[in-house]
Design a protein around this ligand. Sequence first.
Ligand code: NIG
Ligand code: FE
Length: 426
Amino acid sequence: VRLFHNITELLTLAPEEHPADDPAEAGLGVVRGGAVLCGEDGRVQWSGPEGRLPGEHATGTERVDLGGAVVLPGLVDAHTHLVFAGDRTRDFADRCAGESYEAIAARGGGIRLTVRATRAASLDALAALARPRLLSLLAHGVTTVEVKSGYGLSVADELKMLEVVARLGREGPWRLVPTVLGAHIVPDAFKADRAGYVRLVTEELLPEVARRGLARHVDVFCDAGAFTLDEALRVLEGGRALGFGLKVHAEQLTRTGAAAAAAGLGAVSADHLEHLSEADADALAAAGTVGVLLPGAALFLGGHDRAPARRLLDRGVAVALATDCNPGTCPSTHLPLMTTLGCAWLGMAPREAVAAVTRSAAWAVGARDGTGTLGLGAPCDLAVCDVESWRHVPYLLGHNPVTSVWVSGRKVLSRPPLAGLRAAQS
Ligand code: NIG
Ligand code: FE
């Protein structure tokens, strides 16, 4: 049993346990002068104001002094493609010169380029490339990461990617949630037989992934240059029949109607959503599907399209913010930066952006065990931040506030704070 104490602001994201007085903090469950008690099982046994710690824990408990830090639950990145090989800096330069993502993809660049390099890489090589990306996420406070396949596009290469995720998940300390994205694009070999590729995914790949227990969710990229709505529905229905949770890349480049259709199938999340209609937002709300917004990707593609964060939140849709960490549209592991973009660019309130990388992001990966919170029974994963207040997390543009990270109550990473920076914030 371990007591984390001397916490200026503890964000429990458990408002039922710690209701807010200030509407600007609604939903965050902020405790000033807080402490967290971690049980032997690595879960929160108690959290609240340090002065109200139940007497039986006041002695004989190992105490960890967090030095007046602000503490958030370990962050959850609900959408990444961080297993890949190859280099896309040329695509980037071409886009900066004015060429579109779709045009580059149509001439064989884009995802296709990454598929060639990923197929050529061994399982060991892919793991060696992905590991530092996970470490970088961890250094930004992220302890739970959704990771997609989707650069293999054959049964063997998709399984290879998912085996990389399984191996890295066993290594830890991060918690990985694997997703099979066999239907990312139609591979070259099936150009003339798209239906044949959809059958390969639904009849061969998904059953094998289910048999090996290599993914929790099935995802499909439904858009111009990828899969049609009809094809996407076949993939999602196949996934649902096998017991997978459902996710969808929807309404990113164009509106296809995939978000609402996936919601109708009970999808856990619909992601991107820049071209979402009013009726689509109603469909997400009705189904309880989480909207996962990826402003880093939208910005990196030129910043022409903004997801309708307000429309979703005002209708009661839970909104998550994720990095989309991938070589084409968002080569970033900076989840705190996505909270800044969520506020400054998408119109979210700072409290909504913080919930979007913790509690709501956990829902988006199907984790309903308290992950993304520090309420009773939640995993004791902490992102310890050297900031004046939680409001500085989305405010400090491009700054990484995280100085130590704990998983199941154990320290997994720490780095020295920048001397004097905290004083300079006030
Ligand atoms: O989420 N939208 C499709 N897939 C990725 C991009 C993948 C890539 O360009 O390599 C995305 O943006
Ligand atoms: Fe994506």
